[in-house]
Write a protein that binds this ligand. Structure first.
Ligand SMILES: *[C@@H]1O[C@H](CO)[C@@H](O)[C@H](O)[C@H]1NC(C)=O
Ligand SMILES: *[C@@H]1O[C@H](CO)[C@@H](O)[C@H](O)[C@H]1NC(C)=O
Ligand SMILES: *[C@@H]1O[C@H](CO)[C@@H](O)[C@H](O)[C@H]1NC(C)=O
Ligand SMILES: *[C@@H]1O[C@H](CO)[C@@H](O)[C@H](O)[C@H]1NC(C)=O
Ligand SMILES: *[C@@H]1O[C@H](CO)[C@@H](O)[C@H](O)[C@H]1NC(C)=O
Ligand SMILES: [Zn+2]
Length: 433
């Protein structure tokens, strides 16, 4: 009987460990400009695999304006753009009397939101970022444990290697950013052969990442989320431009214009507002709003960095101040338009121990991702505009384990429970009979 007594503690320990594991990790990845339907248009076997082993949304909704910095900061903070304050890749703050451009990491621009890597650190977890708009800023006095100064020449495979090493050691949440297929989409347009080739390359990048997580044995506790900031649509700077200088006097009536392309913000001289507005209203292929009339559904009004007049182009059109200058821009793709347009919508895929398998989610909103990550990490979210209810459909908590349909790991635990109980019953019989 001696050997039976030796087995008992082992069995108990095994069962307790199977249930005691609770520290789940998250890897949040963005592939810039990855339009929701690229994986439908072109063969992307690694995205298909991720969907089969995890959850895919046909698309998700992003925030307005559909530009890189604002959209990414909404994913990271769970806030609409008017609330986190990064309202453009270019913006003007009248109180600061300063213009923001990409590459500015002065905290005064970023402190309006609390990104997930800051929330995690406040909760005592360890976060790390390998590029993400805002990740180089010290936000509310906190930085990730590791972060990198943006350098797009860092090879994608080196980013993957570093990030998986972080997760293998003691990092709880990592974020990683790739600037493709956005760059190629801008140059050639969303339907081009070059863009197809780049999407297929990014599918291989995803394959490499999943293989690395597999090789390192990380799938038991890493939840991988792959999303993007916006889509892409065809533009034509020769034939589809709206030149505001044809209806307003750029020097006599306007103090400044901010941004250009899919949207333009305009600061008229104080006594010129109505005049400028009325003249802009005569332009075709754009919608013009006084700040106070910007529609609620964009959640893009309540911030001093949004200017008195907002002009939004119809899909494919570009707003400029000099059509001659614009006509030489060779780009065939752009984004920034109305977030209700299908062409502007991002992808969403997730896979890991807390994610339902082989599941298609009902579309939700990019601001929900922050709540989702906080829920997986079991940390308190900062005030935000996301909804856990909208993403609960594919989240698996520890208590839901037996309810879910396709969970390899939890079924393994169940099996170990059953076998442990069987052995215990059997041994009771042997020992006490
Ligand atoms: C804003 O800054 C500019 C220089 O960048 C300066 O010429 C202008 O006077 C400033 N305006 C105010 C209101 O301070
Ligand atoms: C528009 O740009 C062209 C080409 O750069 C330039 O020659 C022209 O003077 C500009 N027009 C105005 C009104 O500034
Ligand atoms: C997403 O946007 C579409 C319009 O493009 C809208 O019909 C739908 O209700 C939105 N979904 C959510 C969850 O907001
Ligand atoms: C996913 O579901 C499809 C059909 O719904 C099924 O054929 C396939 O085997 C499932 N894959 C996994 C990994 O469960
Ligand atoms: C978004 O969340 C912020 C922070 O809680 C809040 O101040 C703001 O009113 C919210 N916006 C909407 C539209 O609910
Ligand atoms: Zn982008």
């Amino acid at each position: 009987m001696a050997h039976v007594h030796c087995l008992l503690p082992y069995i108990f320990i095994h069962v307790i460990f199977a249930h005691g594991r609770s520290t789940q990790k998250v890897l949040l990845v963005s592939m810039d400009g990855f339009r929701w339907d690229y994986t439908n248009k072109w063969a992307t076997p690694n995205f298909d695999k991720m969907a089969e082993y995890g959850t895919k949304a046909p698309f998700i909704n992003n925030t307005f304006i559909t530009k890189t910095f604002p959209s990414h900061y909404s994913v990271a903070t769970g806030l609409y753009e008017e609330s986190h304050g990064i309202v453009g890749n270019v913006m003007y703050d009248p109180e600061l009397n300063e213009t923001f451009r990409i590459g500015n990491f002065d905290p005064k621009w970023w402190n309006g939101g609390e990104p997930i890597w800051v929330t995690a650190r406040k909760a005592g977890l360890r976060s790390a970022t390998f590029f993400w708009p805002g990740s180089e800023a010290e936000v509310r006095g906190i930085r990730p444990i590791y972060y990198k100064t943006y350098d797009k020449s860092v090879l994608f495979k080196d980013r993957i290697k570093t990030v998986t090493n972080w997760l293998k050691s003691d990092i709880d949440i990592a974020v990683m950013y790739f600037h493709e297929p956005d760059a190629t989409g801008h140059r050639f347009g969303p339907d081009a052969e070059e863009t197809r080739a780049k999407v297929i390359e990014m599918d291989k990048v995803l394959g490499d990442l999943m293989d690395k997580l597999e090789d390192e044995g990380l799938w038991d506790n890493v939840n991988l989320i792959v999303t993007s900031d916006h889509g892409m649509t065809e533009v034509d700077f020769r034939n589809k431009v709206v030149d505001i200088s044809t209806v307003v006097d750029l020097t006599a009536e306007i103090e400044r214009t901010v941004d250009a392309g899919p949207i333009m913000q305009i600061v008229p001289f104080p006594d010129m507002r109505t005049n400028v507005y009325n003249n802009l209203k005569t332009l075709d292929n754009v919608d013009v709003y006084l700040k106070e009339d910007i529609p609620d559904f964009w959640h893009y009004r309540n911030n001093q960095r949004i200017m008195p007049i907002l002009v939004v182009a119809q899909e494919g059109w570009s707003i400029v101040t000099n059509a001659t200058q614009a006509s030489v821009i060779p780009n065939r793709g752009n984004h920034g338009y109305d977030n209700r347009l299908m062409s502007m919508k991002p992808i969403f895929y997730a896979r890991g121990p807390n994610i339902r398998r082989n599941f298609t989610a009902t579309p939700f909103i990019s601001v929900d991702v922050y709540e989702m990550i906080c829920s997986i990490l079991k940390i308190e979210p900062a005030p935000n505009n996301g909804s856990l209810a909208r993403v609960q459909q594919f989240l698996i908590g520890e208590n839901d384990a037996l309810k879910s349909d396709g969970m390899r790991n939890n079924f393994a635990y169940l099996r170990s429970d059953v076998s442990a109980i069987t052995v215990l019953v059997f041994m009771s019989f042997v020992v006490f009979a």
